[in-house]
Write a protein that binds this ligand. Sequence first.
Ligand code: DX5
Ligand code: ZN
Length: 217
Amino acid sequence: MSKVIIAPSILAANFLELGKDIEMLNQSKAEWIHIDVMDGMFVPNISFGFPILEAVRSITAKVCDVHLMVQQPERYFTEFKKAGADAISIHYEGNIHLHRCIQEIKSLGMKAGVVLNPHTSVAVLHDILMELDYVLLMSVNPGYGGQKFIETTVVKTKELKTLLTSKGAKALIQIDGGVTPANAKALIDAGADVLVAGSAVFKSPDPLATIEQMLNS
Ligand code: DX5
Ligand code: ZN
């Protein structure tokens, strides 16, 4: 059984009690904390930005994994680094200087990932795979938590795993959206390394047990 990383998305946390939710994650077996930043332009929704990341960073040693759903994300790499980001993922869609952006993220000392929307083929990654620390496959359309998992993501995960293996690429495969204990095993079997889960963790009556359940899928 390969070791999977669980990355709870704080988009589904209780913002009135964010400190308590982060303390709970600190006690958990989740290794990453997923931070969804939305600008109301790249996606219809607006979430949160630097102050929330800074606050989270101040009370956790977990990997702070920032998923940027914003236009021209390169405007903010330095600031996210200062706010405490360990890893930044940016979308393939609409980014005409993806290669340069990835180099910039890495040169700031962070892990760099590329995100694909559900309609984007893994084939587009062919010429950038070797540069990446991780690839995030969206298993819902980005913008909102609590959506239904798109089942074809399992096959897409296998396709990506095959592509990575064929090129000898070391990038991790991260899956984001509608991930639950019910679909975790299929994703891990398909090759997923990092599972993002918002609602499944924070709406669970026992988040620690849910994280562990996904980990042991
Ligand atoms: C969606 C975000 C996801 C979301 C996942 O745009 O990228 O990270 O928070 O939430 P759940 O697990 O509730 O689908
Ligand atoms: Zn996300």
